[in-house]
Write a protein that binds this ligand. Structure first.
Ligand code: 5GP
Ligand code: MN
Length: 331
């Protein structure tokens, strides 16, 4: 397993120098973003450090409930200016933080990162950057474990459990070792967690319109047998005619990826003038490298990007690039 202690202790030393810290998670937040953010905010509070939690986007229903008493507010420059330092969670490049990246461009105070994505950007005062970690929430767990394990309350345990569970695909990704299950056991014990309601809130919460969207877009899966890849498109028309919006597309990528013959799945979601790509891999095909060719990024097995153009152009351009990468190692 990776070695985290030195970096965690250095982050703790740095954070303890401040009286008020702005804690920011990435746009279109997921369980790990919010779970880590809540975990860090509650840790700061337990240290007597004031926090201000921000996110550029509204919290999705399946995840928002874990924020519990931590109020995660939209971007506000005035509020951020009252903080002595910033802490970015679950992202390692300013462009992952929406409006916060503009604030950061002009910002000269201390800025910290706790994250598990590869290839971090520079310009931060200190980062805990551990690409071998399955989730950022797991790094936040180590921070508690090293400083104050008895402060793992039910709220903290729920947030960290949800972060780890969602970022590991319910503990099934290759990043999951025995240490993850030990962390989970400790969270369950300390937080007296009941697991079933957490899974129900995260997964069994669909609306009928979302099933209608699934039924519609399943028909549009393309399988490219030669390369063990699949694509799926979601047009504005698909969203409108089912009463859905962009937020309802979360998780759709799991359908093409669940095909036994498919190693790499890419979903193309139409937005005003732009196409959102979500890329997933089940093998050592690196979708982070593919996303980077389109100015996006992420992890080897899960990545995203935005494409400027029509959905047709996006599909042909991105799939062509993916096929080329599958044939020869990416440069
Ligand atoms: P999703 O496909 O769920 O939006 O994102 C999967 C992963 O890819 C996320 O963990 C995130 O790290 C990364 N990701 C998604 N969209 C972008 C993007 O536009 N730029 C970068 N750099 N990473 C992204
Ligand atoms: Mn994460």
């Amino acid at each position: 397993m990776y070695d985290y202690q030195e970096d965690i202790h250095e982050l703790v030393r740095q954070l303890r120098k401040h009286r008020k810290i702005g804690v920011i998670s990435h746009v279109r937040p997921d369980g790990d973003a919010i779970g880590s953010q809540v975990g860090m905010c509650l840790w700061l509070e337990s240290e007597g450090i004031e926090y201000l939690a921000h996110n550029d986007d509204p919290l999705p229903d399946d995840i928002g409930w874990i924020a519990n008493g931590v109020e995660i507010r939209p971007y506000s420059q005035d509020e951020l200016e009252t903080c002595e330092a910033l802490l970015f969670v679950d992202g390692n490049s300013p462009k992952r933080f929406g409006n916060h990246s503009r604030f950061f461009e002009e910002y000269s105070g201390p800025a910290y990162v706790i994250d598990h994505h590869p290839d971090p950007a520079s310009g931060y005062s200190f980062m805990v950057s551990e690409p071998e970690a399955a989730s950022t929430a797991e790094l936040v767990y180590w921070l508690y474990d090293e400083t104050a394990p008895d402060r793992i309350t039910k709220e903290v345990a729920t947030a960290l459990y949800t972060g780890i569970m969602t970022d590991t695909g319910s503990f099934r990704f290759s990043s999951v070792g025995s240490h993850i299950h030990r962390i989970i056991a400790d969270l369950i014990d300390r937080g007296r967690l009941k697991i079933a309601p957490i899974h129900q809130k995260v997964f069994d919460n669909r609306e009928l319109r979302q099933l209608k969207l699934i039924s519609r877009v399943l028909d549009q899966i393309e399988v490219y047998d030669k390369h063990n890849m699949a694509s799926m498109v979601v047009t504005l028309d698909d969203l409108e005619s089912t009463g859905c919006d962009y937020n309802d597309t979360e998780g759709l990528i799991s359908f093409p990826l669940s095909l036994s013959s498919v190693d790499v799945a890419i979903i193309f979601i139409e937005r005003e003038g732009k196409i959102k790509l979500s890329l997933r891999s089940k093998t050592d095909f690196d979708v982070n490298l593919l996303a980077r060719k389109f100015q996006g990024g992420g992890h080897q097995k899960a990545a995203g990007a935005w494409y400027d153009g029509t959905i047709g152009e996006a599909v042909s351009d991105v799939m062509k690039t993916a096929f080329e990468m599958a044939v020869k190692p990416a440069s």
